[in-house]
Design a protein around this ligand. Structure first.
Ligand SMILES: [Zn+2]
Length: 213
């Protein structure tokens, strides 16, 4: 069974996804990473993506699905996949599900739920290393960067808040309907993302672990 991980920015989706993937040996398909490594490969598809990105355009759904298909036929063959960052829209969701079923695969969704208010609270408390620009979540307790020992600063300017609001708005308009669709089809597991990280993990494993055993 493949798993599609949903969660608003700030939900801890990345952290929980890593834990889940390690525990159950899932291959992670991270949208951002997949596009970057495709570009780095210098393949024909990679160059097409590079041109699109460099000209300031959005990579089309068809190209994104081509990248997913390559992944399914390559390193993910015969393995369960955890999708992170896709699908973002209803159209992407329909295309992804069609692709999965054409490869005789099936997907369940897992939604790490937090309120918009909690998301804003967490995102505005994120800190960034002044040197290497690494981002640290609100729960990171250290005073300095674990990579380069640089100082951590909060980026709480208004433009940052604007972009946070914009991203949350896009999530509500584009991605929420996808989550509701999985819910209606009885293909969704909801987890309370406002608990402490280990508690979120525990709830996730309790509710979704059976999918992989
Ligand atoms: Zn650093």
């Amino acid at each position: 069974m493949d798993i599609i991980l949903f969660g608003m920015q700030g939900s801890g989706k990345g952290t929980q996804g890593k834990i889940l993937a390690e525990r159950y040996g899932l291959k992670v398909f991270d949208m951002g990473n997949a596009l970057r490594s495709m570009i780095a490969s210098g393949s024909e598809l990679g160059n097409k993506i590079k041109d699109t990105v460099e000209s300031g355009n959005l990579v089309s759904d068809d190209i994104i699905l081509e990248v997913v298909e390559k992944f399914l036929e390559g390193e993910a063959k015969g393995q369960n996949v955890l999708f992170d960052g896709i699908p973002r829209t209803m159209i992407q969701s329909e295309k992804l599900l069609a692709l999965l079923s054409s490869h005789e695969r099936d997907a369940f969704a897992l939604d790490i739920k937090i309120s918009e208010r909690e998301a804003i609270e967490r995102l505005t408390k994120r800190r960034m290393c002044v040197n290497c620009k690494e981002i640290y979540p609100a729960f990171y307790k250290g005073d300095s960067c674990s990579e380069c020992r640089g100082d951590l600063i909060t980026r709480s300017d208004d433009s940052n808040l604007d972009s946070i609001n914009q991203r949350l708005h896009n999530f509500a308009v584009e991605t929420k309907p996808v989550i509701e669709d999985f819910y209606k089809r009885d293909r969704l597991i909801e987890v309370d993302g406002e608990q402490a990280i280990p508690d979120v993990t525990e709830e996730m494993i309790d509710k979704a672990g059976y999918l992989f055993s």
